[in-house]
Design a protein. Structure first.
Length: 381
């Protein structure tokens, strides 16, 4: 566990301590439980989508915890377990359909990581991410609608979103990255099938090597980190995965590939920070590590609007003219993923740009014009 040198309150330390106990599989200190601000730690746990894990640790304590907060905490844990069960069962049904139709597919991110956590339900899930053969996008969309799913989006990016009550939420990826993501990643993962290994028991089910899964997880975390930010769960995911796989992975290969996808420096910082934060040994963070940890702590699971705006401001300050042009004039990947007609018919692009600008001027909810106005206002301060 880290030393108390950060400029954060005791509830953050208690939160991190509980996670460390969860990783180690040990009960928390009775003294800590008596002194903790239960409401604060509960809210922090919810903010980082780690309420199930922290509750499971508290359950192991010898003290009997009572009150409304603790009841709500238990509900969060019970909901997490129920949701994981339902998502798992439904995902197998989706995979069965894909096997029948000859659609190659692969589970992503949390689906894999949750199995490495010490107990079922510890790794909470907002949705399930699945990569599949983009040639079957329309047939899958039709089938999902027949199964009662609401189509939130389809054919407008690198993933489609399907939702159904009570808890079913699936993001079906036709590509790992696209649109306005890092072009280096788009190119790197363009022929993704070549990197995959076929599962032994199923004909159309695939998986990453341990090394390639880790590289993908790091790029995914960095995508959020450099956007709106990402929370402690991302840091914990790295630690959990390394605990399971670090000793058996080919680090020469990993380090070379991390350079190719331009996240080598970030990976090193995150790996070392995760090992310090969740280790049972008391460790002191460097000043830079303290700042990095605070960024994770204050970002929450999916980041904050404040972080998103700040990163936009940073981009704007670096290249004001270029930033505005980029936002108004999309690149090839944007056209390909979001407006395929314009992508295929290049003669229409000037009209699309004019339409995009005019619509932005007259629709108050257009993000692009809001961003430009906000950035200009910030520049004038």
């Amino acid at each position: 566990m880290i030393e108390k040198t950060l400029e954060i309150n005791d509830s953050f330390y208690t939160f991190l301590y509980l996670l460390m106990c969860g990783v180690e599989g040990k009960p928390p200190s009775s003294e800590l439980l008596r002194e903790m601000n239960m409401e604060d730690v509960y809210q922090i746990s919810v903010y980082h989508t780690l309420s199930a894990m922290t509750y499971m640790v508290l359950e192991k304590g010898q003290d009997i915890l009572e009150g409304e907060v603790f009841k709500n905490w238990k509900k969060e844990k019970d909901k997490a377990i129920r949701k994981n069960i339902l998502l798992d069962r439904e995902r197998e049904r989706i995979f069965a359909f894909m096997e029948e139709q000859g659609i190659w597919h692969m589970p992503l991110k949390g689906i894999i990581l949750k199995e490495m956590y010490p107990a079922f339900g510890m790794r909470q899930m907002a949705d399930n991410d699945i990569l599949y053969d983009s040639n079957f996008q329309k047939p899958l969309c039709i089938w999902m609608k027949e199964q009662g799913y609401k189509v939130i989006s389809c054919g407008r990016g690198n993933h489609d979103v399907y939702e159904k009550k009570p808890v079913y939420n699936y993001e079906m990826h036709t590509a790992l990255y696209g649109g306005e993501h890092n072009p280096v990643w788009i190119t790197y993962y363009e022929n993704i099938k070549e990197k995959l290994i076929a599962d032994k028991k199923k004909k159309y089910s695939f998986h990453f090597t341990d090394e390639d899964f880790y590289i993908y997880i790091i790029t995914h975390i960095y995508k959020h980190f450099a956007g709106s930010g990402t929370g402690i769960r991302s840091l914990l995911d790295v630690y959990i995965y390394l605990q399971a796989k670090e000793a058996i992975m080919n680090w020469d290969y990993i380090n070379e590939e991390l350079k190719k996808v331009q996240v080598s420096d970030f990976e090193g910082k995150v790996r070392h920070l995760s090992q310090k934060v969740f280790s049972k040994e008391l460790q002191k963070l460097t000043k830079k590590e303290e700042e990095l940890l605070k960024y994770f702590l204050y970002s929450g699971t999916y980041g904050t609007l404040e972080n998103h705006v700040q990163h936009r401001l940073d981009q704007f300050e670096t290249d004001k003219k270029g930033y505005i042009i980029k936002r108004l004039v999309p690149d090839e990947e944007f056209y390909k993923n979001y407006v395929p007609f314009v992508y295929e018919h290049k003669w229409s692009r000037p009209f699309f740009i004019i339409f995009r600008l005019v619509r932005g001027l007259f629709r108050k909810d257009r993000r692009i014009m809001k961003e430009i106005k906000a950035l200009k206002k910030a520049e004038s301060r």
